[in-house]
Structures are given as structure tokens and as C-alpha cells.
Design a protein around this ligand. Sequence first.
Ligand SMILES: C[S@@+](CC[C@H](N)C(=O)[O-])C[C@H]1O[C@@H](n2cnc3c(N)ncnc32)[C@H](O)[C@@H]1O
Length: 243
Amino acid sequence: MTSLLQRRVSELGPWFHNLRLRDQVEEVQTAPLHPLGDFPANFWQFFKQAVPDDLHGLSVLDIGCNAGFYSFEMKRRGASRVLGVDHDPAYLTQARFAAEQLGLDVEFVRGDVYDIDRLVGTESFDFVVFMGVLYHLRHPLYALEKVARLVRGRLLFQTMERGSWDITDFADDLPFDERDVFFDERFPRMYFIEHRYAGDKTNWWIPNPACTRALLRTCNLSVLDHPCQEVYVCEPTPITGAT
Ligand SMILES: C[S@@+](CC[C@H](N)C(=O)[O-])C[C@H]1O[C@@H](n2cnc3c(N)ncnc32)[C@H](O)[C@@H]1O
């Protein structure tokens, strides 16, 4: 017989986050047949050590929070305030339901990353999570600039990446007739997805790793840690002596 919890989880689906929810009777997984496996718990294993164990007293903003997996992990580490933002009301309904089931005090608010500054006002955050969103944006640099301005402490960032994994330095400026460099796969590149990638028409821009780092630098973010492919822990680059 289908339990009440199982029925509610099905009604709220489909889920992108496989969360483990439980009532008095049983544990229910929200996306047990996820094509990526036990996602994102299986991915989190590769970089959770890059997030401090103890977030007591710290504020967290999770942009593109989906059903709240990372918001919940941050709350479990003791963060005093966790705010999850997503533009999709269906995911927010899942997130609020999961928070209630898990007994975790996380606030979920509907909002768009392009308007994130207006949504949070003058607040900045000790920890900002911006995972799995950049490549879904038509205007990624515009959004990343806004996100970067909200980071008081650290940014946990992930983007899909494709192309060469090699990184090298290039001159800050190049002559107009330099063309060969654009054939070098290590040069920062963003692949533009006109139609679909992996069947998903919301995939727009996929950087190579050199481009990810260049985008982060351009938004005044320094990479502190790169615990696994596609994941970066960053902090605001200190502004050095004005000239
Ligand atoms: C691939 S999922 C990533 C979810 C989660 N952050 C993770 O890493 O597992 C992308 C999420 O970003 C949200 N999203 C996409 N574009 C957005 C936008 N412009 N503003 C806010 N959320 C957005 C989607 O609704 C979705 O929940």
C-alpha cells in the first residue's frame, strides 16, 4: 500500500534532487531512479570536505537551490540562516515540503538570479552556493557578477564544463593579427548551445575549465580550492592598492 508520504512525494514530482525523507513508518527517496544515480549525494561526496564542518553563526545563500539538497547540508552544519532561492515554484514547493519533513529551518523564496541583488537588498552572505546554474543562463557573466557581489566569505560554485582540461597562461593582450591562439583548446572558451544539450534546451553556455577560471577572475573571485572537476571554492579577491 502506498504511504501518505510516498503519495505526497509522487504528487510533488518529478524531483531533480534525490532526498531521503521519512515519516514514522518508512524512508522515501524522492528520485530513486535519477539518471545520475543517488544525486546529488553521490556528487557531494567529492567536495563536501571543502566546506567547513562547522557553519555556526554563518549565513548561507543557495541560488538555484532546487529541492534544497545543499541548503539542507549547510543547515546540518549549523548555519544560523539559510536562504534558498529558485525561479521555479515547483522546486520551491518540493524544498519547503522537504524542509518540513526533515525538520530543518530553511527559508525558500522564489527569485531569479538576475534580480538577486534586489531580492536580498543590502545583505551579503558568509557562504554563497551557486551550483549547477551558470550553464542554464543566457547571460552567465551578468548573473555571476551579481552573485559575486553578495559573497562576504566563500562561494561554492559549480558549472558543467566541456572541452580541454588543460590550463595555461596567455598574454593579457594580443595583436590584432594573432589568430592561432583561437585554435588553442586551452584558450578560454564558452560553447554556445543553440538548441539542446543532453536533451535540455535550458543549457545555453558551457565553458571549458580555463574559461570557468577566467569568468571567476573577471568577477573578482579567487579560487581557493578545486576539490573535483567542475567545483570551485572561491573568495572575493582582495582589492590591492589604488593607483
Ligand atoms: C541543474 S539544477 C541545479 C540545482 C542545485 N543547485 C544543484 O546543484 O543540484 C538548476 C537549478 O537552477 C534553477 N535556475 C535556473 N535558472 C535560474 C534563474 N535564472 N534564477 C534562479 N534559479 C534558476 C533551476 O530552476 C534549477 O532548480
